[in-house]
Design a binder for this molecule. Sequence first.
Ligand code: 13P
Ligand code: SF4
Length: 307
Amino acid sequence: MLKKIFRDDLEKKIRELKKKRNAVILAHNYQLPEVQDVADYRGDSLELSRIAAKTEAKVIIFCGVHFMAETASILCPDKKVIVPDINAGCPMANMITTKDLKKLKAGHPKAVTIGYVNTSAEVKAELTVCCTSTNAIAVVNAFKGAEEIIFIPDKYLADYVAKKTGRRLIYWNGFCPTHIKILPQDIQREKHFHPHAKVIVHPECLPSVVAMADAVLSTSQMGKFAKETEAGEIIVGTEVGLIYRLKKDNPDKEFYPASEAAVCPNMKRTTQEKILWALEELEGEVKVSAEIRSRAKKAIDRMLEII
Ligand code: 13P
Ligand code: SF4
């Protein structure tokens, strides 16, 4: 009971201060339920950046990981983009540096360089074009005439896209430490307990897991699939945070996490308390230099022209 009064009070303070600061709260699909509950918008990384670009608000409280806030800042440099916990990074994005990419590109001077949105702004500045898990196949297909294609940093997303497009891609050895926790035996076990359930997995999963899925989808595509499918039960192979949103949007359906181990610790760093501090102090702003911004924006804009 006391906990509930405390929560209600905290949410009230967040709402009041949000108004006073002319702020909007954006939450990625993997955020804690308490964060999703106070957010004005929930979505995948690109959806949120697009919302950020359109909002009238002066301050954006971006509840996600660092590269997502950077992407928002690239798209709307006049707004103050704040991450409530500045240490919330993405290990996959940190697996490739500008130096690594320059070296890789030097070995393939004619290659088109496609980079997942899960990269730093500096790395994005070195790309031909950016992509997300929703549009990676379309982006690769847009370069049919390319002699070679470098695809960074996720080797499992690259593997999935290579199989789907029939293109040989030059990979980087990056991966998501959260999604690789989902194992084929997890899918087998859940299918055994829920034989009528459909299996949906994120393309960041291991190829052996991807091979067992009925559909391979990004988080936003999973939301759409859940609404449109006639199946009443779904096994979900991605970060467990998405389940909260899927259940809320589809109360008549059952969702089972493929593995309870698929937790992204960085996504769970943000709490309501940290959101309130961010609104009070307006600290933790994510800024991208003008030079990096203009080059990184070209890679994002090129992607937006394709999809
Ligand atoms: P989305 O691009 O679907 O938001 O996912 C980002 C991510 O970090 C997936 O693990
Ligand atoms: Fe990065 Fe994986 Fe966490 Fe997504 S789930 S933010 S790819 S570590």
